[in-house]
Ligand binder design. Structure first.
Ligand code: AMP
Ligand code: MG
Length: 496
């Protein structure tokens, strides 16, 4: 494509310079292209009612012509002119979420060209909240078609710097309006059927919509990674958001994730690869003693997932300039906006590693008193706290198939925990290998295991619980309390 002389301007969203914004609006009116900020990501805009102008969007992005654009409006009157019908559900959604990070799919009127909808009979419409975006639409006097302002396939731009990297010389104007608040593209929702269906997850979540209607579906293509299911939102079929380096996404327990990332990182370094790691505030320090060459980026705070959303694309892009060969990324809780974060990370990843649940193994001598009690107590705590982990126990000198001691059963019974069906197990290499965390009842047990078996360093720890074997009910009682206390003490380090 020919190089365009791109005009770069800056507008303060809290004190809009209307002279500059009017110039942007006249570019739109005259069939040109303007990149502007929105609360989600930067958009590459053109007059939605001008086919040739919309053509320029596809060209600038290198976007496949079968991936439709979103039309941006500022009033419900405008919506009426573009769509055949506004279903009741859409009115309710608009009332609640517009202006904001929500795009809805409607049956289109003829005024909307098939260029915008990529041949579909439906059109995607959004009413943005960002003041610059709204004023630009108002001054232009037309709806503005605008996909994300990135080169197709790259992470969407959340700052003017990202836009400049991709789009200088490809559009008429770039408006720098600061960083985008949300940082992920809008939720795309189909409201043409009886039940709203999420076609692309975003800040407006399934839970938010369920609160309005009781029901909300998600396009199966988003949930399953089966490539045979065709997504209803054409953009979802593409690999997306990709940094130059291969991105590997680790899924499963966080403790396992950190351990696997560290192990794999060392392996890549051995093969002379430069490694990047996507960590969180909660996990950053675990990677401290890796090689200095490793580029570690904290994407945000797990307790405040919006920080992760806001920074994600910036972090993905930043790896391009640090020239890493491979990026190893943690996963995030997929509730709320986490669903959108995991959707984008999933699309950016070229490989996913499923690590499964955390496996904890308690070890004592005979596996009839302390370790079965620990197993029972931790299972009870896990059930109450909703931890999805596997817990088992074994003994260093156990006889396979012995019953637990009577006092152990009685004491736990009083706590509402039934270990009467437990059968003792003699420890073996496989059990130790499969465990992510081995907790022995005393330091002696730990030393014996370290002497007899290899590769236990880093995953073995010990409590300090003396053997109650053959002692009174009261001794078992205080033993069980000690065990509970010790388990609660380590629970933070389990990173569940
Ligand atoms: P972007 O503006 O780059 O975030 O991309 C627009 C998104 O909206 C893409 O994922 C499209 O697939 C989706 N979209 C646009 N129009 C429609 C439509 N008529 N039906 C379903 N999805 C659409
Ligand atoms: Mg996009």
């Amino acid at each position: 494509m020919d190089i365009i002389d791109t005009k770069l301007v800056k507008i303060n969203p809290n004190n809009i310079d209307y002279e500059i914004l009017s110039e942007a609006a006249s570019i739109i009116k005259n069939g040109g292209t303007v990149i502007f900020p929105t609360e989600t990501v930067y958009g590459l805009g053109a007059n939605a009612l001008d086919e040739d102008a919309c053509d320029k969007i596809y060209k600038a992005k290198g976007r496949p012509s079968d991936n439709p654009l979103i039309v941006h409006i500022i009033s419900m009157d405008e919506l009426n002119k573009l769509v055949r019908e506004i279903p009741e559900n859409a009115e309710i959604m608009a009332d609640k979420f517009w202006p904001g990070p929500l795009t809805m799919i409607f049956d289109k009127k003829d005024i909307i060209s098939y260029k915008i909808t990529a041949g579909l009979e439906t059109v995607a419409v959004r009413m943005p909240e960002n003041k610059i975006a709204r004023e630009l639409i108002r001054l232009s006097g037309c709806p503005i078609a605008a996909p994300s302002a990135n080169t197709s396939g790259k992470p969407s731009p959340t700052s003017a710097q990202h836009v400049i990297e991709d789009m200088l010389g490809r559009v008429d104007m770039i408006i720098d309006g600061g960083s985008c608040d949300i940082g992920l593209e809008s939720s795309v929702v189909d409201i043409t059927g009886d039940i709203p269906t999420i076609l692309r997850p975003g800040k407006v979540t399934k839970e938010d919509i369920e609160r309005l209607f009781g029901k909300c579906d998600t396009d199966p293509a988003i949930i399953k990674s089966d490539e045979k299911i065709v997504p209803k939102s054409p953009g979802q079929k593409y690999r997306h958001y990709s940094p130059k380096a291969e991105l590997i996404l680790y899924k499963g327990s966080l403790k396992k994730t950190v351990n696997s990332i560290k192990k794999d990182c060392k392996e890549y370094i051995r093969k002379a690869k430069k490694v990047g790691i996507i960590a969180s505030e909660q996990t950053r320090s675990f990677y401290d003693n890796l090689n200095d060459e490793v580029v570690i980026k904290v994407v945000g705070d797990r307790k405040n997932p919006l920080t992760i959303a806001t920074n994600l694309f910036d972090v993905l892009r930043s790896f391009d300039s640090s020239n890493v060969n491979v990026i190893l990324s943690e996963s995030f809780d997929d509730k709320g906006i986490g669903g959108a974060i995991m959707n984008r990370l999933g699309k950016a990843a070229s490989k996913k590693i499923e690590l499964g649940k955390l496996k904890v193994l308690f070890v004592c001598t005979g596996n009839t008193c302390r370790s079965p009690m620990a197993e029972g107590i931790m299972k009870d705590i896990a059930r109450q706290k909703g931890w999805d982990i596997e817990i088992s126990s074994a003994g260093i000198s156990a006889i396979d198939g012995d019953n637990p001691s009577q006092n152990a059963v009685l004491v736990l019974n009083k706590m509402g925990i039934d270990i009467s069906k437990h059968k003792s197990r003699l420890i073996n290499e496989k059990m130790l290998e499969e465990a992510d965390l081995i907790i022995t009842m005393t330091n002696q047990h730990k030393e014996i295991l370290l002497r007899r078996y290899n590769n236990l360093e880093g995953k073995i720890t010990s409590f300090n619980i003396q053997d109650p074997y053959g002692r009174s009910h009261n001794v078992y009682q205080s033993c069980s309390e000690e065990i509970r206390g010790e388990i609660l003490k380590i629970s933070d380090s389990l990173m569940i």
